[in-house]
Design a protein around this ligand. Structure first.
Ligand code: NAG
Length: 331
């Protein structure tokens, strides 16, 4: 029979041994090889260090001032509560041993930096909470391994700019929170890889009513029920439009904004780029050599003129050597 305080995934130890183990002080208990499969006490094998584990694969490591992701993660961990710690950075492969993780809570860690491969191996993860941290940006590809992700919170960070590829393609993502960040707009394409998205939280950002807001306004118009507080989202600048609701802008309001370049235009730009570079290089070379040649000719002319002046100035009254001009003047 399993004791509720010592749930285990392995075969439970036989009752007499279990009783003996219970009577022993816990440091000895953790050294007992029979406890290898236990999951319910700090330090027990199978439970990550510094955490308390509960049935269902929950590892509770919250509020322990941990400076890094704890060691000893394994495929038994389904829920990892790492909230309220001091994990300021996530290195590559930080959770690679916890491949069966379904839920990861990293709230309130002062997290500033997430490596683009930090979430490698988390193909089963369904919920990721990165809220209340200090993230200023996200590297494209960071969430790419999370093919099963359904809920992602990036609320209460310092995100001021997201690359179009910051979220990538998350086919099952239903809920995304970007609220309480420093976002003035969302780039075109950011939400394009999220076909299942049905709840987008956007409150608490300094939305700026300019051309950059066009993609978000278009998304809100196209998904009227998917941003629960859309009606309350207001622009905070520029002055004239301050406090205009985002949903009040029809696409016509952006008609003065340049449309995104079509494929043809892009092809021209890409072709023109190298050609104009080479042309300007050639022009520079030509101009440079022209200047050099001009300078050389100028110097030669000046030298010749100076030589002539010197010849003229040379007082040479000797009749045998008088220049023809001087002879003529004398005559
Ligand atoms: C996790 O542990 C902390 C303190 O150790 C406790 O306050 C919290 O309620 C626990 N969370 C869960 C979900 O058990």
């Amino acid at each position: 029979m399993r004791s509720p305080s010592f749930p285990s995934w392995g075969p439970p130890p036989p009752p007499p041994l279990q009783l003996l183990l219970l009577l022993l002080p816990w440091p000895v208990w953790t050294q007992a090889p029979a406890a290898a499969a236990s999951w319910g006490t700090p330090g027990a094998l199978g439970c990550p260090e510094a955490c308390v584990c509960a049935p269902g694969g929950q590892a509770n490591c919250s509020g322990r001032a941990l400076p890094a992701v704890p060691g000893g993660l394994n495929r038994r961990v389904r829920v990892l509560l790492l909230n309220h710690n001091r994990v300021h950075a996530l290195p590559p492969g930080a959770f690679v041993d916890a491949g069966a993780l379904l839920r990861l809570d990293l709230r309130e860690n002062g997290l500033r930096w997430v490596h683009a491969r930090a979430f490698w191996g988390l193909g089963a993860l369904e919920q990721l909470d990165l809220s209340a941290n200090q993230l200023e940006g996200l590297l494209p590809g960071t969430f790419a391994p999370l093919r099963a992700l359904r809920a992602l919170s990036l609320a209460e960070n310092r995100l001021a700019r997201l690359e179009p590829a910051a979220l990538g393609a998350l086919p099952l993502l239903r809920a995304l929170s970007l609220q309480d960040n420093d976002l003035p707009a969302l780039p075109s394409g950011l939400l394009a890889g999220l076909p299942a998205l049905n709840t987008l939280r956007l409150r608490g950002n300094p939305w700026t009513c300019g051309c950059a807001l066009r993609p978000l306004c278009a998304w809100l118009r196209g998904h009227p029920r998917h941003a629960p507080e859309a009606e309350t989202l207001l622009c905070v600048s520029p002055g004239r439009l301050t406090l205009s609701p985002l949903t009040a802008f029809p696409d016509a309001a952006f008609s003065h904004c340049a449309r995104p370049l079509a494929a043809q235009d892009l092809a021209v730009v890409y072709a023109l780029g190298p050609v104009s570079f080479l042309a300007s290089l050639a022009a520079c070379l030509a101009l440079g050599s022209a200047f050099t040649a001009c300078g050389a000719r100028h110097r030669r002319r000046r030298r010749r003129a100076a030589a002539r002046r010197q010849q003229r100035r040379q007082p040479d009254p000797g009749p045998g050597t008088a220049s023809p001009a001087a002879t003529a003047a004398q005559a």
